[in-house]
Design a protein. Structure first.
Length: 129
């Protein structure tokens, strides 16, 4: 009886564990020309161009947290700067309103043993410069 109680306790404890945060941060270039982005990746500073009508993944999310309550993309962003033809972006990329989470409703739906990855997107347009 003691073993069954212990086993039941372990199962309940594992089911109640906080799942790991998973997902990614992407920057989409909707501009007519390339944009240059500088960000931190794995403790190194990276500068790269994003082709027009393209995107890159700037960060993979991981660690402790709940995808179901995620709501702050810039909190996990490592972007230092974005420019087009050496003109810096005017859009404030440090504000949550500048980012979208297209699957926010799906994140709120809790499923046992199945987790939806967070999708953070920053969309850049010519009008942002």
């Amino acid at each position: 009886m003691k073993k069954i109680s212990y086993l039941l306790f372990v199962i309940v404890a594992l089911l109640a564990c906080d799942p790991a945060l998973r997902g990614d941060l992407k920057v989409f270039n909707h501009c007519s020309r390339n944009i240059t982005i500088k960000y931190i990746y794995d403790k190194d500073s990276v500068q790269t161009d994003i082709q027009a009508s393209s995107y890159i993944t700037v960060k993979q999310l991981g660690g402790l947290g709940r995808n179901s309550t995620f709501d702050c993309c810039p909190c996990y962003s490592t972007i230092i700067s974005i420019s087009k033809d050496t003109v810096p972006i005017r859009k404030d990329i440090t504000k949550s309103e500048s980012w979208i989470i297209p699957n926010k409703q799906a994140l709120k739906q809790r499923r046992l043993f199945k987790q939806t990855d967070v999708k953070c997107e920053l969309h850049i347009y010519d009008s942002d410069f």
